[in-house]
Design a protein around this ligand. Structure first.
Ligand code: AHM
Ligand code: MG
Length: 337
C-alpha cells in the first residue's frame, strides 16, 4: 500500500474556533476564542501533571505528608489552581464555579470579562491513583446584559450556555468542544503542543449496543430503571443483549457514548435522592454536548438543559446517549410506576 504523506495543513482548535467566529460575523469579538485558548492551556498543563503524577508525588491526598516529610498536593487541588489562575489571568471571565470550591469566585474589576466558566477541574477522582482515564469538564455562560457578574449569571438553565466541553486524559489527550454548532473533537499533538482537529462533527449513532451504569447500586434503583436495564439484558428474540461498559469516569464513559452510541446513566435512587452527578459542571456540559451531537439528555422526567439551578453544587439524575436508546428508557419512566 502506498504510504500517505503527512498533512501540511493542520487544523488547530484555535484556527477552527476562529473560523467559526469569523463566520458568525461582526457580533463576535474574539473574546470567546481567547477564553478557549486559556482553557486549552489549562488542559495541556493538567495533562502534563497527570502523566507525571506518580513520579512527582502528585498522587494521594492533599494535606498528606510523604515519607520524606514533604507535603503532597493532590492532583485535583492542583488542577483547580491551574484553572482558576489561567481563567482569571485571561481577563475574559466574570464568575468561576469549580467543583473544588465551596463558593463561586467573582473576578475583581481589573481582570473582569464577559464570560462565566463552571468546571470540574479533574473529574473521576476515584480513578486517579490507578492511572485510569480522568478528565476536565467545563461549561461557559455569557454574563447577562447589564450584569457585572454575580452568582445569578451561572444559576441559569444549561440551554443558555454558549459553549461546553471536556478534556480527557487517557491514552491520548482529547478535547471535545461545542460552541453551539455541533461537536468537534481535537487530539493533543504533544510535540507541537497543539490540539488538532481529529474528530470533526461528532454525531452519536441513533442507537447503540452498550449501556453504562454503576449496577453495584442496583438494589437502590427505582422500578423504571430496573425494568429498563432488564429489557436490554434479557431482550426478546431476535434482539441481542447489550454490552456493559462502565469506567466510573464520566468523561470517559460519555466520550465512548458519543463515539459508539448507547446509553450512560447515573440515576437518582433510594439512597441518593438526586443522584450523584453535579448539575452545573457535570450534567449541563455533557447534556449540551450530547444534544449538539444529536442525542438526548434527560433526568428520566425532564430535559436536563431545561433545569433551573437553585444552587451551584446541586445534583441531578443523568441519562444520556443515543436517541433511540434514551427514548426506550423514557417509555419505562412513563409506563412503570
Ligand atoms: P467525582 O467528581 O468525585 O470524581 O465524581 C464524579 C464521578 C463521575 O466521573 C462518574 O460518572 C461517577 O462519579 C462515578 O461514580 P460511582 O463511583 O459511584 O460509580
Ligand atoms: Mg466530578
Amino acid at each position: 500500500m502506498e504510504e500517505q504523506a503527512p498533512s501540511t495543513d493542520l487544523i488547530t482548535l484555535t484556527r477552527h474556533v476562529l473560523n467559526d467566529q469569523i463566520r458568525l460575523g461582526a457580533a463576535a469579538s474574539g473574546d470567546l476564542t481567547l477564553l478557549l485558548t486559556a482553557i486549552q492551556l489549562t488542559s495541556k498543563f493538567i495533562a502534563t501533571n497527570v502523566r507525571k503524577a506518580r513520579l512527582i508525588n502528585l498522587v494521594g491526598l492533599a494535606g498528606e505528608t510523604n515519607v520524606q516529610g514533604e507535603e503532597q498536593k493532590k492532583l485535583d487541588v492542583l488542577s483547580n489552581d491551574i484553572m482558576v489562575n489561567a481563567l482569571r489571568a485571561s481577563g475574559k471571565t466574570a464568575v468561576l464555579v469549580s467543583e473544588e470550591l465551596e463558593e463561586a469566585i467573582v473576578i475583581e474589576d481589573s481582570h473582569k470579562g464577559k464570560y462565566c466558566v463552571v468546571f470540574d477541574p479533574l473529574d473521576g477522582s476515584s480513578n486517579i491513583d490507578a492511572g485510569v482515564n480522568i478528565g476536565t469538564i467545563f461549561g461557559i455562560y455569557r454574563i447577562r446584559s447589564e450584569s457585572k457578574g454575580t452568582i445569578e449569571d451561572v444559576l441559569r438553565p444549561g440551554s443558555e450556555m454558549v459553549a461546553a466541553g471536556y478534556t480527557m486524559y487517557g491514552s491520548s489527550c482529547n478535547l471535545v468542544l461545542s460552541t453551539g454548532q455541533g461537536v468537534n473533537g481535537y487530539t493533543l499533538d504533544a510535540a507541537l503542543g497543539e490540539f488538532i482537529l481529529t474528530h470533526p462533527s461528532i454525531t452519536i449513532p441513533p442507537r447503540g449496543k452498550i449501556y453504562s451504569f454503576n449496577e453495584g447500586n442496583s438494589m437502590y434503583f427505582h422500578p423504571p430503571v430496573t425494568a429498563y436495564l432488564n429489557s436490554i439484558k434479557y431482550p426478546t428474540a431476535p434482539k441481542s443483549p447489550y454490552s456493559a461498559r462502565y469506567i466510573g469516569s464520566m468523561v470517559a464513559d460519555v466520550h465512548r457514548t458519543l463515539l459508539y452510541g448507547g446509553i450512560f446513566g447515573y440515576p437518582d435512587d433510594k439512597k441518593s435522592k438526586s443522584g450523584k452527578l453535579r448539575l452545573l459542571y457535570e450534567a449541563f456540559p455533557m447534556a449540551y454536548l450530547t444534544e449538539q451531537a444529536g442525542g438526548i439528555a434527560t433526568t428520566g422526567t425532564k430535559r436536563i438543559l431545561d433545569i433551573n439551578p437553585k444552587s451551584i453544587h446541586e445534583r441531578c439524575p443523568v441519562f444520556l446517549g443515543s436517541r433511540d436508546d434514551v427514548q426506550d428508557l423514557l417509555k419505562f419512566y412513563k409506563e412503570v410506576p
